[in-house]
Design a protein around this ligand. Structure first.
Ligand code: SF4
Length: 459
């Protein structure tokens, strides 16, 4: 039985050229991350410290968030609390409505994706424009992101050229990246100038100062917040860090892990409203506080959304972001999806080879693979175990519990080598799709070992 992920992955792999290019592109990002991290001698110390700070923050969340609210309010910001996506969308919409905003510019926010803020606002008549280039391309294509840091990584420049030709009237057949970037910049400039309010996501919120920190490479968050007097920042409640010293640990890890850069091009600190304006910060729970009580999965709250676990994941790189059923793909998405709904997103749990590469690269030491392994063990309990795998596991269990039968099976196994191809490679053998089965050895390890022992005695 194929899972939804397996079916979508097969479709993705049909375009061999595109699949190879996707894999290579992300592997390049992973290699850059490796190089950068090796240039920092205290890299492992940074990872351990980041994990410890997150552990501290997650176990002192209430007091840190209250401290943040006090300081942000003293700075002149207005802090709101949203228990779920619906409340978040309502709060943002009400702020915009009260200010009669019809033109709204946004920088990248995975929280907004999670809460489906854009369609909510657009349905209510607010022109909502993404200003991150990748996000803008996807918005014009009516597609969701396929990666959390490189949202349009799966789109080729020729496709962008065609899109811009249609939407922005660029030259026919011109897909030169510099030309297209200039066209996008020109197109967005007008939106920046006429926006009546701006939204940013939040990478970190500092409790001791009440400031929020936004990291971008394009400067679009800064452009967006430079003209309108109204700024709304949306943050998941796990974005809190205690102090600026703690913040420094995370900013050193984030860009190196995400794109292999020493630092993001723009790291903007927002503390107070612009003169005569308003600065709103919306703190969103949407299921996060429930994770606090889940000892097996609490570390997902450490995540700083760098995307490194996706770039390294052999399954993600070979199946693309849209193969997953949760809006965040890859190892972190598998875990977050299961925390959102075990029954709805259990399909993604099979999209893992348990190579543990994700756990090794994660800058905040989220135990991603360990958690996926745990979910797999729980699948049967929630009635979501794959029926074929269940039968096979039952068969293996029986075989292992009966040594005579097991040895007889080992003795007979090399016969498989002589079976006709159609008997080995058919719809029952999903593993053999695009792969060759290794040949069974004529002699089992057990037999070899016994022989060696006899030879040893003879010596
Ligand atoms: S789980 Fe770790 S590696 Fe994956 S996105 Fe989050 S911080 Fe990055």
């Amino acid at each position: 039985m194929s899972t939804k992920h397996a079916k979508a992955a097969s479709a993705f792999l049909e375009d061999k050229k595109q699949a190879a290019w996707f894999d290579e592109t992300l592997w390049l990002v992973r290699a850059k991350r490796d190089k950068m991290s090796k240039e920092v001698p205290e890299w492992e110390w940074l990872r351990n410290t980041a994990r410890d700070i997150k552990l501290y923050s997650n176990s002192h969340l209430e007091e840190l968030l209250q401290e943040f609210e006090r300081n942000a309010t003293a700075n002149g910001a207005i802090v709101h609390w949203a228990k779920d996506a619906e409340e978040y969308n309502e709060i943002v919409y009400n702020i915009l409505r009260e200010h009669k905003v019809t033109k709204f510019i946004k920088s990248k926010s995975m929280l907004a994706e999670e809460c489906e803020l854009n369609p909510y606002l657009i349905e209510r008549g607010i022109e909502t424009v993404e200003s991150d280039l990748g996000e803008r391309i996807l918005q014009l294509m009516n597609l969701p992101p396929s990666h959390i840091v490189l949202p349009a990584v799966h789109i080729k420049r020729e496709e962008v050229g065609k899109l811009f030709e249609e939407k922005m009237g660029t030259e026919k057949g011109n897909s030169d990246p510099t030309y297209l970037t200039h066209a996008a910049r020109k197109n967005l400039r007008d939106r920046f100038i006429h926006a009546e309010a701006a939204m940013t996501g939040v990478n970190f919120a500092v409790a001791s100062t009440g400031e929020v920190v936004v990291c971008t490479n394009e400067g679009n968050a800064d452009m967006g917040t430079s003209i309108p007097k109204l700024h709304i920042a949306g943050m998941g409640l796990e974005k809190i860090v205690p102090t600026q010293e703690a913040l420094g640990i995370f900013t050193r890890l984030l860009a190196r892990s995400a794109t292999g850069q020493p630092i993001t091009t723009y790291t903007s600190h927002y503390r107070k409203p612009r003169e005569g304006g308003e600065f709103h910060i919306v703190i969103v729970d949407n299921g996060r506080s429930k994770i606090l009580g889940n000892k097996d999965h609490i570390k997902t709250l450490n995540c700083i959304r760098c995307g490194a676990c996706m770039n390294t994941c052999p399954v993600y790189r070979r199946s693309g972001g849209y193969s997953y059923t949760y809006f965040i793909p890859g190892p972190i998405g598998i875990n977050l999806g299961m925390l959102k709904s075990e029954t709805k997103y259990s399909d993604n749990v099979s999209a893992c080879s348990l190579c543990y590469s994700c756990s090794f690269v994660c800058p905040v030491k989220v135990d991603l693979a360990e958690q996926i392994y745990k979910w797999r063990q729980d699948l049967d309990g929630i009635g979501k175990a794959d029926a074929t795998k269940k039968v096979m596991s039952g068969g293996m269990e029986y075989l292992m519990e009966h040594p005579k039968l097991f040895n007889a099976a080992l003795w007979a196994a090399p016969l498989v080598n002589h079976l006709p191809r159609f008997m080995k490679y058919n719809s029952l053998d999903a593993w053999g799709k695009g792969r060759e089965l290794p040949e069974f050895s004529g002699e089992s390890f057990n037999e070899m070992w016994k022989k060696d022992k006899v030879n040893d005695k003879k010596k």
